[in-house]
Design a protein around this ligand. Sequence first.
Ligand SMILES: [Ca+2]
Ligand SMILES: [Ca+2]
Ligand SMILES: [Ca+2]
Length: 405
Amino acid sequence: MKYLVLSMMIMSSVYALPIKTGEHFRTAIPGEFIVKTAGEKIAQNVKRVLGKNLYLLKDTTQKSLAKYKYAYPNYQYFGDYKDVESNRPNDINFEKQFHHQMVKTTVAWNTTSGDEKIIVAVTDNEFQIDHKDLESSWWKNQDEIANNGIDDDGNGYIDDVVGWDFFNNDNNVVDPTQSTHGTHVSGIIAATANNKSGGVGVAPGVKVMPLKWYGEDGSWTSAIISETYHYAVDNGAKIITTSYNVDGFVDDQAYLAAIKYIRSHDVIIFNSAGNAGQKNPPRQKIKELVLVCSVKSGNEKKQDKKSSFSNYGTGIDICAPGDPVYAPIKWSTGTQDHYGELSGTSMAAPVAAAVAALIWSAHPNFTDEEVIQKLYDSADNIDKRNFWYKKKLGAGRVNAAKAVL
Ligand SMILES: [Ca+2]
Ligand SMILES: [Ca+2]
Ligand SMILES: [Ca+2]
């Protein structure tokens, strides 16, 4: 398992849901204005009388307002507290997913919880396709007919309806022999909301393209990596997230060419920063990658502190909660809804990738560069909690609520 991330720890502690107040987001209600008159009565377009000479108007245009003493837009405000109440999905273990409160997903979901047209490719070791919280989250190749032995869409892959196994060169991405990793990463991105099961993805509306590339023998090749990335781009992924150690690839020309292929097709690639607790590891030289550092998420007093295992340095781009994250895990027998906590930059990378997917869902006309810039600009500064790591944690910790505005 040389290249698999180093540490993934199953955690068991349960913490109370932290509800924070004080930060608000607003949106102007179309056509509604609060107007004050000099005493004249208004008959038309009154939605409600608010007081003496004070009216709430509906179906009104800005132009018609000049005659009043004043006229102001009617904003709808969303605060954290109200939002956690109103947007809390019914998934039974939502409170175990500390990262939702940290990155304010429930507020972001007022704008979007993800567009199914935004496809996020996950390159990993196994995918529990029939996991209850993921079975409707996968990207499906609509142009391919299942199990007819024919490459219907002519993309070079026979019966590739739900991803591909590039190690074994077949269409089965399920692998009972591997430790759970790809299922968890996929669930962090897009686990189903409001199905009364487990938790919820950061962007439950988007689709995950499951690409298995890590071999049962613990090896993989430049060819497999190159092929996997080309498949993702050529079959419609907008975002790719890789939670593997790529330090050994910095002089691998096939890998570097594949990364350049990704970026030249306006596709964004995220990669975990790595779990060696190391400053400026080799992968930070690869400028095309959005490298994601992990911050603590479980204990409220320690939230946003760099995870001790996380690499850091001047090449880090962004941080996300990854220590721990509760999400779906592979199941072997019996029930289809296994979940658990794992910790690692492997978990932080998909949180950041999913926030980028939310940005793209909210702003479908953005270029890849604009999505990346928005991700950085909307991040929260976490320097105060990381005195020794100033300027070594990228743009800060992702904030989904600000990112989608
Ligand atoms: Ca095909
Ligand atoms: Ca077929
Ligand atoms: Ca769920």
